[in-house]
Design a protein around this ligand. Structure first.
Ligand code: M6R
Length: 367
């Protein structure tokens, strides 16, 4: 059932192009100009009445929510807060009937996420669930459900579910933009077109897995490393760091690139690997100056950079891995893929049980 792959995780990484296509299928008009989310029961009036959005989830699903925040704020101009589900209920969040609470859960059975959903409903908010499992608890209890069409995810480390969640957020963001009129039709069509190109672009990244295997093998000899980025690149850095920790058992931290000098820079020493995610044209010069800070202290820097910026970035780093060009808002759907492969190969190099990492369960049904 691993279809010739050594591990479910690798199989699921390679299933991402299909997962992207399947998650978009039936949700874009035939002419490719508009998003149609028939599963959303909210009326235009209800959507117009949304004053704020809370995105609540755990682990990797939370990291998808961090990207979702940027997508919704940029596309629909509605303020979004993000919380990990285990914190949400206990901070007395201000949930009002004009709050849309979005819970994100691959399994739809995560106890903290389900509890957050119930708390939101008790306070009169409308709840939208983004989940991969039809008929799951989260799907049954939410008001609206967007099913990610990733197919079953077996490996404990989530990969295709995460990227499908990013696609779902993009679709929902576009849908809100259409209803609210926050973006013009030409722009929406441009994003949809760029989304259609993502599966092939992921394939182009997967074709370079060997390069990432080598990177991972050298990383596997270290006990500490850092991921840095700004904006959505920071969100992706957090996901890359979690993925690496959970299956390779190498300690890593994800940092907002500009925040390093406020303390963490003290940990940078000769030879430490730093993976920098740089996909946002308007931010790359800033991230480059942070890269210079770590380089000056002896760090070995790999930049995950998008096409077009690689020559400029290459001057300041030790290695670059180039991802195909896409719109800034969609970049996480590509930039995370090399990080998934690095985590996979680092785990493999360390001889770990890739699909069933120690101490972890696929579905966390206790709080
Ligand atoms: O099923 P869920 O999406 O609710 O699961 C949430 C987390 O437990 C999950 O994403 C976890 O962080 C993964 N093992 C990460 O790879």
């Amino acid at each position: 059932e691993k279809a010739g792959y050594d591990h479910f995780m690798l199989k699921e990484i390679y299933e991402q192009p299909k997962a992207y296509r399947d998650t978009m299928m039936g949700r874009v008009s035939d002419d490719g100009k508009t998003v149609t989310l028939k599963e959303i029961g909210m009326t235009t009036e209800q959507i117009k009445a949304i004053r704020k959005v809370h995105i609540v989830a755990c682990g990797t699903a939370f990291h998808a929510g961090l990207v979702g925040k940027t997508i919704i704020e940029n596309l629909a101009r509605i303020p979004v807060e993000t919380d990990v589900a285990s914190e949400y209920r206990y901070r007395s969040p201000i949930i009002t009937p004009d709050t849309l609470v979005i819970v994100v859960s691959q399994s739809g059975e995560t106890a903290d996420t389900l509890a957050a959903l119930r708390e939101a409903k008790r306070n009169g908010a409308r709840v939208l669930a983004v989940t991969n499992v039809v008929g799951s608890s989260v799907a049954r209890e939410a008001d609206d459900v967007i099913i990610t069409q990733a197919g079953p995810e077996i490996a404990v480390a989530s990969t295709k579910a995460y990227t499908s969640q990013l696609i779902a957020f993009s679709l929902f963001g576009l849908y809100l933009a259409e209803v609210l009129g926050t973006k013009d039709g030409a722009w929406v069509a441009e994003v949809i077109d760029a989304m259609h190109q993502l599966p092939e672009q992921v394939e182009a990244i997967l074709a370079q897995a060997n390069v990432l295997k080598q990177v991972a093998e050298s990383i596997s000899k270290h006990d500490n490393l850092f991921f840095i980025g700004r904006g959505v690149d920071f969100a992706v850095a957090q996901e890359g760091s979690l993925k690496l920790k959970e299956i390779s058992y190498i300690h890593s931290e994800a940092y907002a690139a500009g925040e390093l000098k406020h303390g963490t820079l003290a940990l940078i020493e000769e030879g430490i690997p730093v993976i920098a995610v740089i996909t946002q044209e308007d931010l790359y010069e800033k991230t480059l100056s942070n890269i210079k800070e770590v380089k000056a202290r002896g760090a070995h820097v790999l930049a995950i950079v998008n096409e077009g910026m690689e020559h400029e970035v290459a001057k300041s780093v030790d290695e670059t891995f180039v991802i195909p060009k896409t719109l800034q808002v969609l970049a996480p759907a590509l930039s995370v893929v090399p990080l998934q492969l690095i985590a996979y190969y680092a785990s493999l190099a360390r001889g770990n049980d890739v699909d069933k990492p120690r101490n972890l369960a696929k579905s966390v049904t206790v709080e």
